[in-house]
Design a protein around this ligand. Structure first.
Ligand SMILES: C[S@@+](CC[C@H](N)C(=O)[O-])C[C@H]1O[C@@H](n2cnc3c(N)ncnc32)[C@H](O)[C@@H]1O
Length: 271
């Protein structure tokens, strides 16, 4: 297993022009990794299926199985966390090469454990402790799928735009960009979303103690910047992607959307 702990976002290999994130500051990234290094609250939310991982990843397994192709086997996961649900996806899609990027060292150690069985079956697994934008710029190879699950909302609006652009650059022609995330409705401001999520979490996240719900909400209200589908569509569009499609949506906010980098045009051969 290739688990690299890269501190202070040191670029991978010498690459020209590795830019640090465009607008996020180091303290904010540190705060995000501190929360996810803590693990326990997010792990409880996921195990309680409060963000619909089960339904979303079941739909994704079918999605990747339908698109399985021997020539398309590299998968980049931006904000991979503990990669708990990734083995089933990689198997469904027949992927052979997995790269996970995350800020949280603790999450990456857990990801290494969750992916060990796949590595034993011959998949190449690489885990990198890096900010996803820096990683997308530093990595020199290209991928057949770029995936990000419940991580994009941590980026600022400008950095999400940059994320789409960098995804377009690292995807092979015909490659898929798949994003799972919490999205605001088209009419919801960030403040309205936060108010609604507070009530939703207090009423539904029964697996958490009250103090844990408050800690989760503190993280959400200070570190989450969800966009609407329409805003993501604009970002995808200006990065060069065609239409963004919705694969699945649960309880209004929890969604999986995807798009595909256009394949190379093959000129018609005339006899
Ligand atoms: C809500 S968790 C999602 C984990 C997993 N992908 C899932 O679906 O359960 C968000 C993850 O994104 C990571 N993350 C947040 N901002 C990041 C950034 N700028 N670069 C890399 N990872 C980031 C966090 O450390 C955390 O592990």
């Amino acid at each position: 297993m290739f688990l690299i702990i890269i501190h202070e976002h040191t670029p991978l290999n010498p690459t020209p022009a590795v830019k640090f994130v465009t607008s996020d500051t180091q303290p904010r990234l540190d705060e995000i990794s501190r929360f996810f290094d803590g693990q326990e609250i997010y792990r409880k939310v996921v195990l309680g299926n409060h963000m619909f991982h089960r339904e979303i990843y079941a739909a994704l397994s079918v999605f990747f199985k339908e698109r399985r192709s021997t020539g398309r086997n590299s998968f980049l996961d931006a904000g991979c966390g503990d990669a708990r649900f990734i083995p089933a996806l990689l198997e469904a899609g027949g992927f052979r090469h997995y790269t996970g990027l995350d800020l949280s060292a603790v999450s990456l150690e857990l990801a290494a454990q969750n992916l060990t069985a796949l590595e034993a079956r011959g998949l190449s697994i690489r885990l990198l402790q890096m900010d996803m934008l820096s990683g997308l710029e530093a990595i020199t190879e290209t991928f057949d799928t770029v995936f990000s699950s419940f991580a994009l909302h941590h980026l600022t609006h400008e950095d999400k735009q940059e994320f789409f652009k960098r995804c377009f650059s690292v995807l092979n022609p015909g490659g898929l960009l798949v994003v799972v995330d919490t999205l605001r409705t088209e009419t919801e401001s960030r403040e309205q979303y936060m108010d609604a999520i507070r009530i939703y979490a207090q009423n539904n996240w029964h697996c958490l103690e009250d103090a844990e719900t408050e800690a989760a909400l503190e993280h959400i209200t200070t570190q989450d910047f969800p966009e609407s589908f329409a805003a993501l569509q604009v970002m995808a569009d200006s990065a060069g992607f065609p239409e963004l499609r919705q694969l699945i949506c649960r309880d209004v906010w929890f969604q999986c959307v995807y798009t595909c980098k256009p394949p190379l045009k093959v000129d018609a051969v005339t006899a």
